[in-house]
Design a protein. Structure first.
Length: 150
């Protein structure tokens, strides 16, 4: 139990709360569990862990640019999100998805604002039908210059 106890003691309660509030804790733990179940060679443990984080270890959750996103099991984000041109009122965001059956799928981009008091608001969302392995750009309008968006 030595190493496992050390891991749980290395995070402060504040750090655990941060991960829990950002919805990132579940996919991180799922990726760690999936990697442990595979018992890879020591040289590839980190690579396997990163792969599970990128592809989602369970329940259609994946970590993309540090954010937990929901994906159906047949699809995964393979590129992005990548920020393109940004102005004070709009921004372009590119993503690319891969479909196991190469069929088009709907992808929804949510623009989330988190205020200084912790309130989370969906400012806008756009859904586009995407072809497998073809980048698509979301043009997000109605933004304001002050808030930080996620």
């Amino acid at each position: 139990m030595g190493a496992a106890a050390s891991v749980s003691q290395d995070l402060t309660e504040e750090e655990v709360q941060f991960f829990a509030s950002s919805n990132a804790l579940q996919p991180i733990l799922a990726a760690v569990k999936a990697t442990a179940a595979e018992k890879p060679e020591n040289a590839v443990v980190i690579q396997q862990l990163v792969s599970h984080l990128q592809n989602g270890a369970t329940q259609g959750k994946a970590l993309v640019s540090g954010f937990a996103v929901s994906c159906c099991p047949r699809h995964r984000v393979i590129t992005g999100p990548i920020m393109g041109e940004v102005t004070s009122t709009w921004a372009n965001v590119m993503v690319e998805v891969e479909s196991k059956d190469n069929e088009p799928c709907d992808v929804t981009c949510h623009v989330i604002h988190k205020s200084t008091d912790g309130q989370v608001t969906c400012v806008t969302e756009i859904t586009k039908q995407c072809q497998s392995r073809r980048p698509v750009c979301f043009h997000l309008e109605g933004l304001t210059p002050e808030p930080q968006y996620k």
